[in-house]
Design a protein around this ligand. Sequence first.
Ligand code: A3P
Length: 264
Amino acid sequence: MTEAELYSVYKGVYVPKLLHPPECLKYYEEFNFREDDILIAAYPKSGTTWMKEIVPLIQSEGDLTPVQTIPNWDRVPWLEENRASILNLEERPSPRIFATHFHYNMMPESFFKVKPKVLCVLRNPKDVFVSSFYYYVMFGSWFDHVKGWIHAKHQENILYIFYEEMIMDLKESVRKLSSFLGKSLGEELIEKISDHCVFKNMKQNQMSNYSLVPAEFLDQNKSEFLRKGISGDWRNTLTTAQSDHFDSVYEEKMKDVKFPFLWA
Ligand code: A3P
């Protein structure tokens, strides 16, 4: 297949045509948010799938049924994907949980009016790069994605959370997420959710490890989706010269950005 057959350009960003045909982007553009919707916004390979496990468990107060019976792409649909338009999202009770890989400036009109809750997941770009290498690179530049979301106009409805802090202390991150989502969960539930969502356990969940996706779409013999689940894997992969080059590009692109990134 040629590139033109595989990808289309939406608001300046390459997106896979198969997942985002024009009618689905129309549905996305006309989508009506509710104020209590929860939107997980993350550049691919930053921890979207992880969040799709944690947030439903916070909402269900530790009941494992949703994460053990519903595949994560229907449990927390990508709003911009083809499937969103056939899932009757309008009928779902609040709070609905969605995910998006789209940039801030690609959000539909209703997002800016209604200001739903946003969980913006950020990860060291070197690890995003390594993780993508085993998978793909799409959805535009990491720099544009991250700069757009961290400079969002209204931030009172956004929680910025780092993949690295979830790796360092998952229980504390679940506590932080629950409190932002207005859920007060006791220590036992926080413990239960964190235990389920730790890499080695979550990797076993068929509803979340993408093992239900046919190999023609996602061949996990080449690389598993839940691959390593660590921070700092770039150290095992990039040469010193590659890492230095990465740093110089990063410095240039981020020179005017003041944001307390965990890796900077
Ligand atoms: P690696 O390839 O570095 O292992 P996304 O879902 O945004 O595409 O991100 C995928 C990355 O998140 C992969 O990184 C995957 O292993 C990691 N991941 C998914 N679930 C995780 C978990 N429970 N703990 C740690 N990392 C997780």
